[in-house]
Design a protein around this ligand. Structure first.
Ligand code: G3I
Length: 448
């Protein structure tokens, strides 16, 4: 299924009232009316940006709106892996530099997007695996971040690494199969290459408190507790005709971990609610003091990747839409300007209950890939261990989202830091691959 269809379905399914919970510690300031999005956002210290394409910079209507309205830019495709390293070790920054220079010459921030992603990889990377892929990925992060050193406001270091649905687990990908620590390795490499850039994790279908956003939340909490360098979380916010009522609360819980939050790829399906949803997102960002800015994913409806949905702030002729006015009015109504009060998350979860584990097996490369779902019983679990005895001739060759003891015969898998806590009735996933034949469909699970 295409990610786009999946995304839209989930967004539509999540449609709900647009109640926004007021921030309790925020000081609301009233900004004077400004006449552009960037200028208005700047009054509360924020940016308002757009994703732009190098191929459109010759369009005078496009660049007029860009230079007038926005004070941040993100390359829609030009800094992705396939664009910047089309052949291994041979880097191409021409179009990325065009976006960078367009932004810098206009006094804008530049968001870098995206150093590592399972999609839009060059063909040579798609055909790598294991240590060769890991080394190539880290080298890519290092080289690209070094090329733009000192010029990028924030990098999407890793994009879309979590699975959709209720698992809260990592997405399977060639990068994930290099080992569960690939994300933290990427963040460490990015920090070393460009210490001044804010380093973000970016994802979609995280527009409320749900299993996927909670999986990411747990990873960020783990990173912060272990000193893995992460500064921000991007919420893409490709929205349908509704918005989750916990949108603002979700931003706030991440901010409370001690990271900035940013709306990174906002677009909203055209319908009766479009202007209201845009306003709701804008107000939510303004109400969260660590929400540093908003980026819309394109300028005119005709520039959008969502062909036919008219999801942006300007119509195909470059005219301002009702959605534009609602965003500007929301920005001009003011936002929080006080620094955040960071409250460390509670680290005293409840004592754990029972769990169960089921496995889905797929043949792979002469062996198998096992995806295991761990489900909590009627009480939350605070750590889990799954055990099984592998058939004779089977040996584990890789594990993700768990730590294993043993590789053949009797083996066990212990949760890692970010997926040990499973709410009552909730579930998480881990996986392993091996030679020979995999285990049966039901594994033993013990809660901590
Ligand atoms: O530039 C080539 C052109 O030379 C060729 O003729 C044409 C034929 O298909 O393809 C053109 O490249 C396309 C590129 O956009 C530029 O238009 C790619 O096929 C197409 O896949 C690519 O789509 C981009 C998509 O990411 C790729 O997954 C969209 O523009 C871009 O908006 C979209 O952005 C993503 C974010 O990076 C991450 N979050 C989701 C978001 C929307 O999918």
């Amino acid at each position: 299924m295409s990610p786009r269809i999946t995304r839209r379905r989930l967004v539509l399914a999540a449609a709900a009232a647009s109640t926004v919970i007021a921030a309790s510690v925020a000081v609301i300031g009233t900004a004077e009316a400004a006449s552009t999005l960037g200028a208005s956002a700047a009054q509360s210290g924020r940016y308002f940006g757009a994703a732009i394409a190098a191929g459109r910079l010759g369009d005078s209507t496009y660049t007029r709106i860009l230079n007038t309205e926005f004070n941040s830019v993100t390359p829609e495709n030009e800094m992705k892996w396939d664009a910047t390293e089309p052949q291994q070790g041979r880097f191409s920054f021409t179009n990325g530099d065009r976006i960078l220079n367009q932004g810098l010459s206009n006094g804008s921030k530049v968001r870098g997007h995206a150093l590592l992603w399972h999609a839009q990889q060059p063909g040579w990377a798609q055909s790598l695996s294991g240590t060769a892929l890991r080394n190539a990925a880290i080298n890519h992060v290092t080289q690209v971040a070094a090329h733009y050193k000192g010029k990028i406001y924030a990098w999407d270091v890793v994009n879309e690494a979590f699975a959709d649905g209720g698992s809260g687990a990592r997405r399977d990908s060639n990068l994930q199969r290099t080992g569960n620590d690939w994300i933290e390795a990427a963040f460490r490499a990015a920090r070393a290459a460009d210490p001044a850039a804010k380093l973000c994790y970016n994802d979609y279908n995280t527009d409320g408190i749900n299993a996927k956003s909670t999986g990411i939340y747990n990873m960020v909490r783990d990173f912060k507790s272990r000193g893995v360098p992460i500064d921000c979380v991007g919420f893409q916010s490709h929205l349908g005709t509704g918005i989750d009522s916990s949108y603002q609360a979700n931003l706030q819980r991440f901010a409370d971990l001690g990271v900035d939050v940013q709306i990174t790829e906002l677009d909203v399906a055209q319908g009766g609610n479009q202007a209201n949803i845009y306003a709701t997102v804008t107000k939510a960002c303004l109400a969260v003091s660590r929400c540093t800015g908003i980026t819309v994913w394109g300028i005119r409806d005709t520039d959008s990747w969502r062909g036919g949905e008219n999801p942006l702030l300007f119509d195909g002729s470059g005219n301002k839409k009702a959605a534009y006015t609602s965003v500007l009015n929301a920005l001009n109504a003011g936002g929080t300007t006080t620094p955040p009060t960071t409250t460390p998350p509670t680290t005293n979860p409840p004592t754990g209950g029972a769990c169960s584990a089921t496995v889905t097996l797929n043949s792979w490369n002469g062996g198998y890939v096992a995806n295991v779902r761990v489900t909590a019983g009627s009480a939350a679990v605070n750590g889990w261990t799954v055990t099984t005895t592998l058939p004779s001739g089977s040996a584990i060759t890789g594990v993700w989202s768990a730590t294993n003891t043993g590789t053949s015969g009797a083996v066990s898998f212990r949760n890692v830091a970010y997926n040990g806590q499973v709410p009552a009735g909730g579930s998480t996933e881990f996986g392993f691959q091996g030679t020979g034949t995999g285990p049966g469909t039901s594994l033993a699970c013990a809660a901590a």
